[in-house]
Design a protein around this ligand. Sequence first.
Ligand SMILES: [Zn+2]
Length: 328
Amino acid sequence: MLCCPICQSPLSLDASRCACAGGHEFPVTDGVPNIMLRNTQTADHYSFQWGKELDFYKAIRESQGGILKATASSKLGWDDYLPTLLADARTVLDVACGYGGIADIVKRSGFSGSYLGFDINDTLADVKKERFAELDNFQFLRADMTDAIYAEAFDVAVCRSAIMYAPEPRKTFAAIAGAVRPGGHFAISAYTRKSPMRELCDDYFRDYFSRLPEREAFEALREFSLFGKILSDLNVQVEIPEDLPVLQIKKGVYDVQRLIYYHFLKCFWNPEWGFHNSTIVNFDWYHPEYSWRFPREEVAAWYEECGFDIVEYRVVPAQHFFCGRKRG
Ligand SMILES: [Zn+2]
């Protein structure tokens, strides 16, 4: 399974006790062990984002799938692709499992092997209780993907939309890759790199917002939703008659809000989601301390360095998806 983050000896986990062979003991709350060694800005961010105060998961439930369908994760086709990897797998590691979106797919597939999901946010006891209480083969724990906790034990490892939050993504990728058995698969999705003005704005405003406490940042980011709404309400189309290679804008017809959104400033607005949920998207983008964006070649090089052949690549606006098979 996983290793002790302190001494790297094997960790035994169950619903009541979590200890390593080297004698380190970790707390267990409501059936969820916590092996985090330290708190981080990213942990505070995601505990707030997935917690009761913002209650984004409630909005997801109430939209009956509408919100999830609009996400990059849905457009990348995780729902269809992941079950193909599970067919021959007995063990799945879900790194940075968030609110349990991958766990839901694994559950729907009827997977009968062992699923282990971990995240830095403190809401996993609720995820487990509300959606996985009856499933003994689903285990959740609180852990930091950047700690030395990996042993070569899994047929499938997944890290959906999270590797960019690591301070050193290449190093974290290599560590997770070490958890995959030869012949096993490692699938990730991550942010793409965008046009230069947008990248500059992203860095500037992330530096600004990540220094603010969660609540304050969230309130301030309503402004970005409002700006998105103002542009969207204009309902104006802009024609770019030829490619603009320095600005990295392709010729075509754009809604003015989309043109600014993709090329200059992320200011998410979706009228069906409303202010609160649109602001969660802006908060998810600007507030975490680290949020790297990667060209395709960079991620492909990580797979190669770790001894994987890429067997699937997909791209949608803002994110791309990779799946590799470990050689040997
Ligand atoms: Zn230990």
